[in-house]
Design a protein around this ligand. Sequence first.
Ligand code: 2BA
Length: 109
Amino acid sequence: MRLVISVVQDQDVNRLLSALMEHGYSATKLASTGGFLKQGNTTLLVGVEDNQVSEVTEIIKETCHSRKQLIAPMAPIGRTINSYTPNPVEVTVGGAAIFVLNVEDFSKV
Ligand code: 2BA
């Protein structure tokens, strides 16, 4: 069994959850915050059989879009003076960051 952990943008999460449910997958939605932008995003946990990983990954790819985001000048993007940004910086966020972990054991009690 595998655990697919995906960090997705909030704008994509409802469509992604609907698509996962339509295909019969269970998912857990966690509110999360990106370390770089310090903005909200969503982390989904999906426990699947090994042979289902590619389908879940494909659903995530189809549903989650990349978006460009500007970090305003002067905004602190870290805790040190080295992360000070004098000019606007454009970053491309998403589609999704996907991690696939081996699951040692899974049970429902
Ligand atoms: P954030 O950490 O807020 O990052 C948002 C976007 O900022 C990233 O988009 C990337 O384009 C840019 N970025 C992140 N760190 C950077 C850095 N040190 N220097 C320059 N630009 C940087 P994505 O790569 O699509 O990531 C979207 C969100 O997914 C991230 O939000 C974070 O919450 C999560 N994520 C991405 N990679 C991760 C990883 N290796 N481990 C854990 N979470 C990750």
